[in-house]
Design a binder for this molecule. Structure first.
Ligand code: AMP
Length: 188
């Protein structure tokens, strides 16, 4: 049996650098940060102090949770690099940022967000599709925000551009309780 990792179960969270229109998104981000800290799980994220990213990180910190952030140099001021994280990593490029986040995570979570969050989601989904990893990918469908994404995945399967199992690589949950349950199953 391989030696047990000394690191806590690490959860990569992709989410908006903006808060979005619905205050429920901010509530979901806060509840996620609080839940991660309460479970003793480490937050891995894009190290910004803006939008939903900032909400998740601040609540995780407030709950005493470990935080691991990764930000490229050129976004340090735009996304307000959060330097008081447990671990703060600065990369040269976006690609390095995504890679460092990914290799330091055991599971991937997607909260409401924009094109950046979608880019990150599709990258880990395509790597999963290619068999490059088996990390769970869990989408928090807060207020139905990601229902069009679920429909898009069904569409690419229905139209013959993906195997039906692409749907099995993504777990959609409706609330943070569902997210916690899915992560809990993955952490065993
Ligand atoms: P958004 O969902 O558009 O608010 O973006 C969420 C996060 O994804 C922000 O930290 C963005 O800087 C980041 N992001 C946007 N595009 C990319 C990309 N191509 N590679 C890595 N991160 C990105």
């Amino acid at each position: 049996m391989p030696p047990k990792s000394p690191l806590p179960f690490s959860v990569c969270v992709y989410c908006g650098a903006r808060p979005g229109r619905d205050p429920a998104f901010t509530e979901a981000a806060r509840a996620t940060g609080t839940m991660l800290a309460r479970r003793g799980w480490r937050l891995v994220y894009g190290a910004g102090d803006v939008g939903l990213m900032g909400e998740v990180a601040r609540t995780a910190q407030a709950g005493g949770g470990a935080t691991f952030g990764v930000i490229p140099t050129h976004l340090l001021s735009r996304e307000v690099g959060k330097r008081d994280l447990t671990t703060f990593v600065v990369t040269e490029t976006m690609h390095e940022r995504k890679k460092v986040m990914y290799v330091n995570s055991d599971a991937i979570v997607v909260l409401p967000g924009g094109a950046g969050s979608l880019d990150e989601f599709f990258e880990v989904l395509t790597w999963r599709q290619l068999g490059l990893h088996a990390k769970p990918v869990i989408v928090l469908n807060s207020g139905g925000y990601w229902t069009p994404l679920r429909a898009l995945l069904d569409h690419i399967v229905a139209e013959g551009f993906a195997e039906a199992n692409v749907r099995d690589f993504v777990t959609f949950v409706d609330d943070v309780a569902g997210l916690e349950a899915a992560l809990s199953a993955a952490s065993l």
